[in-house]
Design a protein. Structure first.
Length: 96
């Protein structure tokens, strides 16, 4: 999905964390490279939810540690800002 033609790139895939994420809309797919995978593969995907009540950009995803959709677990909080695990792993986004 991250490398496919379906949808429109909102944040083009790169090897780095994007500098700006304000162009995201709720429902956009967000792609993460949270560990080293061959061929620039994406290791995790989520759905952007928008800003929470504290103005943090949040997403939801399914993680094996939690056993289903979640907003956070051992892997890190579901925020796209700050220095957290997923915030640092964000690599791109697409709008379907």
């Amino acid at each position: 999905m991250a490398h496919g033609r379906l949808g429109v790139p909102v944040i083009p895939l790169t090897d780095r964390r994007p500098a700006v994420i304000q162009q995201l809309h709720p429902g956009d797919l967000v792609f993460f490279r949270t560990r080293e995978l061959p061929g620039k593969r994406i290791g995790h995907i989520g759905v952007y939810l928008g800003l929470d009540t504290a103005d943090h950009p949040r997403f939801i995803s399914s993680r094996k540690n939690a056993g289903g959709p979640t907003m956070g677990d051992k892997g890190g909080t579901s925020r796209l800002d700050g220095d957290g695990y997923y915030a640092q792993g964000l690599r791109g986004a697409r709008r379907l």
